[in-house]
Design a protein around this ligand. Structure first.
Ligand code: DAH
Length: 339
């Protein structure tokens, strides 16, 4: 029996040494110390011993039991420590590693200024209208008092798709589209892309942007046009901005004018920016032609209105001192990142 005990002891301690995880460890605990374990079996067999031997043997079994228990306990701690250091190594976090750079996009300068312009007009009670870039000749020209063979058509090199369908050369067709649908009072701006078959250079692009404006109601006068557009200029360029109106001609307005702003670079003395003029043209405008109102079913005896149209690119170029229009459309990050 003693030999058997020594065997168990040696075997248990060996197995414990090799034990690799907690499951194995539990299995060993059951195998040696459990109710049906090997040591318990040994104790049961003590009935066969003489009364003198029995306590000795009992003490020996208990000693081995204690030894195995202690070894189990130590192994458990060792396994836990191992696991902890393994996790610490695996889950290491190096707080000095540089972060992943998230490159933030920026607003295109055309969008920045367009948003400002929209805000200014929204603040004056205008609504925003949008319409098709592929347009009917009727809206782009005919209804704007530019019948076929009208000389004004020649100034707008048009991309025709068919005889009657074209890429709009201006946002002015939106005036007609809005007036056809909506009866006065009307107070809208219509920003959007326009197209002309121009040769590309520093100041020309086949695609550019305009913002159209239209106000129609009873009793709208030239003074409303001037007041509105002067306020717009001051909001866009600052309170000290000075504007002037020059007579001009557009087929769909009568009278017509162009609005200039006193050069904000030289203050009117004349410089490179204003080409020595002292003034910079920023938009075309006028009182809506009675024929245009009538064509849209609005009685020109009752209603009157004013309209205006500005070129976005030119305004943005002057704002940021950009001398080449192509930069807006090339989307070179080195350019865009500057805004
Ligand atoms: N559509 C004109 C152009 O492209 C600009 C313009 C002038 C628009 C006068 C208007 C206006 O609404 O009243 O040259």
């Amino acid at each position: 029996m003693k030999e058997k005990l020594q065997e168990i002891r040696a075997e248990a301690l060996d197995l414990l040494k090799e034990c690799k995880d907690k499951n194995e460890l539990d299995a060993l605990r059951v195998r040696y110390l459990g109710k049906k374990g090997e040591l318990t079996a040994l104790l049961r067999g003590m009935g066969a011993l003489s009364p003198e031997e029995r306590p000795k043997m009992g003490a020996m079994v208990n000693e081995v039991r204690g030894l195995i228990e202690k070894a189990l306990e130590e192994k458990l701690h060792a396994l836990e420590a191992e696991e902890l250091s393994r996790r610490l190594a695996e889950e290491q976090l190096d707080v000095t590693v540089p972060g992943v750079q998230n490159r933030l996009g920026k607003k295109h300068p055309l969008s920045t200024v367009l948003d400002e312009i929209k805000d200014i007009f929204l603040g004056m009670g205008f609504q925003i209208a949008t319409g098709p870039e592929v347009e009917l000749d009727h809206y782009n020209f005919e209804a704007l008092n530019m019948p076929k063979n009208h000389p004004a058509r020649d100034t707008q090199d048009t991309f025709y798709i068919t005889e009657n369908i074209l890429l709009r050369t201006q946002t002015s067709p939106m005036q007609v589209r809005v007036m056809e649908k909506q009866k006065p009072p009307i107070k809208i701006i219509a920003p959007g892309r326009v197209y002309r078959s121009d040769e590309v250079d520093a100041t020309h692009s086949p695609l550019f942007h305009q913002v159209e404006g239209l106000v129609v109601d009873k009793g709208i006068r030239m003074s409303d046009l001037k007041g509105t557009l002067e306020l717009f200029a001051k909001r866009l360029y600052g309170e000290e901005a000075v504007v002037r109106f020059r007579p001009h001609h557009f087929s769909f307005t009568e009278p017509s004018a162009e609005m200039d702003i006193r050069c904000f670079s030289c203050g009117g003395k004349g410089c490179r920016l204003c080409k020595g003029e002292g003034w910079i043209e920023i938009l075309g405008a006028g009182m809506v032609h009675p024929k245009v109102l009538e064509g849209c079913g609005i009685d020109p005896e009752v209603y009157s209105g004013f309209a205006f149209g500005l070129g976005l690119e030119r305004i943005v170029m002057r704002r940021f001192n950009i001398d080449d229009l192509r930069l807006f459309f090339e989307n070179d990050l080195r350019f865009l990142e500057q805004f």
